[in-house]
Design a protein around this ligand. Structure first.
Ligand code: ADP
Ligand code: MG
Length: 619
């Protein structure tokens, strides 16, 4: 629906902004209140990109709001710089630079530690502006006398002084801010932001430099904050020192939560609710300072009952009624029979379609693609991998078996450099990759799927695969902030190919959280596949499947393996032997034996291990 119509949101925003001066006065909004809402809304767009889209909760936005605001106000008042609009942009650039420097430090930590660092940074900025820098910032007096913007069009000059005329200026700023933000969240970078929010570990493992992207989000948020800070000074003809207060950050977060996190418009709506309540309760009901009590209750109720804020509530309502009205969406490509087993009877019809185009790996050179020598990994006293030598030939389909705890997953983690070995060396395509990052190794063409699904849960199947494909096509970091993903034919081709290989073409728009287990397992493989690896490692792709699903998935793996080099872990001999041409048996962290499936089956040591009580674990 919404996706089908380009620029729908932009158009609605423009209409809303044009209509506001005619409607809002009837609802009791003074122009000054509406202007304040716009400034908060603009401030919040950046914050929502940072928190709602990238998942980074910063309590330090007041630092950038204040920095940008004071910088612009200083230029316009004390420095005698006469141009208001350029001053606002200079304030924005200043805030972005400050954001970059702060981000370099704050983003060294994640989660609660990141949030705590931002609290500390906000406090540091507050102190610095009030004390050491008081001569420049005006200290507790702020900077009075900030002029209003005007635009010289040659034949006439537009002055945006106060009230609804200033509204015009702020509304244009907000509109441009929203249009840019929408472009950003729809760009490849926006998709990666959401992937980082959902699963930073996997985003890293499929080849994205997530530190770079997080820093990008941080700088974007600081830039929006800086521009909005400048607008605050312009709007009030005075740059207030309380822009720097921690409370400003808190109010921004609460307003965003009220309106709806991850919606871009949430902060605007939240600010409208907040400021309306403030005006209404304080003056109309004469509650004085007690209005915050009511606000607190409203906040708690909203957060408890509308977890995604007011906008989220509306979206849910719309989906509910739209879902009721319309017939259930037909599956796009190949409709599945209603009673089809979730793992997809589709998987059985694999081979013909899956002979579809695949990335060139087959014509590659002969000889080893990967060599590990003397790989050892200790966890405290436990030796999980003990002096393993291992070679994979180009084009091979190699299996690893071993009981639970044999060290198979640890071995894969070391091969993909997710885990550093305690000792030993890994060579991939003739290059020593020991000690490299998992991101760089993936970019070189070596990646794995996980034993326990590592997906982007709130994203759809297509978005999941897209995020992986983006790393393959764009490298570890690229700032194509305004690029339209729909206009990337290679991307769409790679995504479609992958979806077809993993038999999920009919589920493209389903969020991962709604997939059946077998489908999730296939998507798990799909993420690794979309990275277009030259060597693909699959950690127990058959884990947790019913016998029937196993048969289907083995067929799927066979079709995937054509023209690829793959290493597959499983603890079930029968399924694996059917698939691979060479097997390595791991036991207690060591290579027990290596050979063709027949050799392994007839090997005395293996039989002994089986008869010696391991049969149960091998099943
Ligand atoms: P497998 O995949 O063959 O079942 P793993 O590689 O997961 O085996 O584990 C091998 C051994 O290493 C197990 O004894 C496990 O408890 C231990 N191990 C794995 N990861 C860690 C870790 N991060 N910290 C401590 N011990 C670990
Ligand atoms: Mg394992």
């Amino acid at each position: 629906m919404l996706k089908a119509r380009p620029f729908l949101i932009e158009t609605l925003t423009a209409i809303g902004l044009l209509a506001a001066p005619f409607i809002l006065p009837h609802l009791g909004f003074a122009p000054n209140t509406v202007n304040r809402i716009l400034v908060w809304g603009l401030f919040g767009i950046g914050f929502d990109i940072l928190f709602g889209f990238t998942g980074l909760l910063s309590f330090g936005q007041s630092a950038f709001y204040g920095s940008g605001g004071v910088f612009a106000a200083y230029l316009l008042t004390r420095a005698g710089f006469p141009y208001v609009i350029p001053a606002l942009f200079l304030g924005m650039i200043f805030a972005a630079v400050v954001g970059y420097l702060v981000g370099l430090i704050a983003l060294r930590r994640t989660g609660i530690y990141f949030a705590m660092i931002t609290v500390a940074i906000a406090e540091v900025f507050f102190f610095v502006e009030f004390n050491p820098l008081a001569d420049w910032t005006g200290g507790e007096n702020g900077l009075p006398g900030v002029p209003t913007p005007s635009l010289n069009l040659g034949f006439t000059t537009l002055d945006f002084d106060t009230g609804w005329s200033l509204y015009q200026f702020l509304a244009v700023c907000y509109f441009v801010g929203i249009v840019l933000a929408l472009r950003i969240v729809r760009s490849p970078v926006g998709a990666i932001f959401r992937a980082i929010r959902e699963n930073p570990l996997r985003a890293t493992a499929i080849g994205h430099n997530i530190h770079g992207y997080k820093l990008t989000a941080f700088v974007i948020a600081a830039a929006y904050a800086g521009f909005a800070g400048g607008c605050l000074g312009v709007m009030q003809a005075f740059m207030p020192p309380d822009a720097f207060m921690f409370e400003t950050s808190g109010q921004l977060i609460m307003q965003s939560a009220i309106g709806g996190i991850g919606t871009l418009f949430g902060p605007l709506l939240g600010a409208a609710v907040w400021l309306f309540l403030q005006d209404f309760l304080q003056s109309a009901l004469g509650l004085g300072a007690a209005w915050k009590l009511v606000l607190g209750l409203v906040f708690v109720l909203l957060v408890c009952f509308l977890r995604r804020g007011i906008i989220g509530g509306f979206v849910d309502l719309y989906t509910y009624f739209a879902g009721k009205g319309a017939a259930p969406e037909p599956a796009e490509e190949s409709p599945r029979p209603a009673d089809a087993d979730e793992a997809g009877s589709e998987a059985v019809r694999v081979p013909a379609a899956a002979a579809a185009p695949r990335r060139a790996a087959q014509a590659g050179p002969a000889g080893p693609i990967l060599q590990a020598s003397g790989l050892t990994r200790r966890f405290g006293g436990l030796v999980a991998n003990n002096n393993i030598d291992f070679t994979v030939e180009h084009g091979a389909l190699h299996g690893i078996i071993g009981p639970n705890g044999a060290g198979k997953s640890t071995f894969f983690k070391m091969l993909t450099c997710e885990l550093p070995p305690s000792s030993g060396r890994i060579t991939f395509e003739g290059r020593d990759i020991t000690g490299m990052t998992v991101t760089n190794v993936c970019q070189l063409g070596l990646t794995k799927s996980y034993q326990v699904n590592q997906l982007f849960n709130r994203l759809t199947v297509r978005e999941n695969v897209t995020v992986a494909a983006l790393a393959a096509l764009r490298g570890r970091f690229r700032l194509d902030l305004f690029r339209n993903m729909k206009k990337m034919p290679e991307l769409n081709e790679l995504v479609e190919q992958t979806l077809e290989l993993i038999r999920l073409t009919s589920r493209v728009d389903t969020p991962v959280s709604d997939l059946a287990y077998g489908e999730k397992r296939r998507l798990e493989i799909g993420l690794a596949l979309a990275s277009s690896p030259r060597l693909l490692l699959l950690d127990e792709p058959l884990a947790g499947m019913s016998p029937r699903e196993r048969v289907e998935t083995v067929a799927l793996l066979k079709s995937i393996s054509e023209g690829r080099t793959m290493v597959v872990i499983d603890h079930d001999m029968d399924s694996l032997f059917e698939l691979v041409s060479k097997v390595t048996v791991l036991q207690e962290g060591k290579v027990l034996v290596e050979g063709t499936p027949d050799e392994i089956k007839n090997n005395e040591k293996v039989q002994e291990a089986y008869l010696g009580g391991m049969h149960g674990v091998f099943e």
